[in-house]
Design a protein around this ligand. Structure first.
Ligand code: SF4
Length: 215
């Protein structure tokens, strides 16, 4: 059964998600150590710790392996115009990436946004290229930095320490913080015309990591 999640930030736009960290091999910098951007991961705190929030993410980890999962996802997206993959978790295996690609190909009426760190693994290059070549898909490779460092032409998003610390003019600031943490009609993350989005750091853990890195 397809289990969809809806986060308050995204104006009711729906997501399909997995359990954070367990499905995020791109979040590991060395054994037992997360990259800076994942150290304060919102998907491991708050509501995300509750069993009723974890359960669908754990179930999805099994469910996508069904033979008719792609058909069911295509039906599920019948009325959606925007869709965000992974409000938690990542596309941790090539088999899942290939199935998501097929869902994207068969739902041209939906604008898909897929944030990921799996670009670190070369075997995903082809499937991400095929996704990115679709008119209705924006794959955003996430930078590991929390200080606005990104590689032009590679990364599609980065965390910045504060809204007034953008690295350069090519980066578009996420202004959800001006709208009570909600997108409020902005759809920049889904747009092919927006190269890099900067998300201001938030949350106690993330701000603490920034302070430690500066010390
Ligand atoms: S950049 Fe726009 S679409 Fe992306 S998270 Fe921020 S407000 Fe939402």
């Amino acid at each position: 059964m397809i289990r969809i999640s809806v986060t308050s930030k995204l104006d009711g736009i729906r997501s399909w998600s997995l359990q954070a960290i367990d499905t995020c091999p791109g979040s590991i910098s060395s054994p037992g150590v997360l990259v800076d951007a994942c150290k304060g991961c919102y998907a491991t705190t708050g509501n995300y710790r509750f069993p009723n929030v974890k359960a669908p993410r754990l179930e999805n980890g099994q469910d996508w392996q069904r033979l008719d999962w792609v058909d069911d996802m295509v039906k599920e997206l019948d009325s959606d115009r925007y869709f965000r993959w992974f409000d938690s978790g990542d596309v941790y295996t090539l088999g899942l990436a290939e199935k998501i690609l097929e869902v994207m190909q068969r739902t041209p009426w939906v604008k898909h946004w897929l944030p990921t760190r799996m670009h670190k693994f070369p075997k995903f290059a082809l499937v991400f290229r095929e996704m990115q070549n679709l008119e209705n898909v924006r794959v955003r490779f996430s930078s590991d930095s929390i200080n606005g460092e990104y590689i032009a032409g590679l990364h599609g998003s980065v965390i910045v320490a504060a809204a007034d610390t953008l690295p350069d003019d090519h980066v578009t600031l996420c202004k959800a913080y001006e709208n009570a943490g909600k997108c409020s009609g902005c759809r920049a993350c889904y747009s092919k015309d927006v190269d890099v989005i900067a998300y201001p750091a938030h949350g106690k853990t993330m701000l603490k990591i920034i302070r430690i890195n500066k010390a």
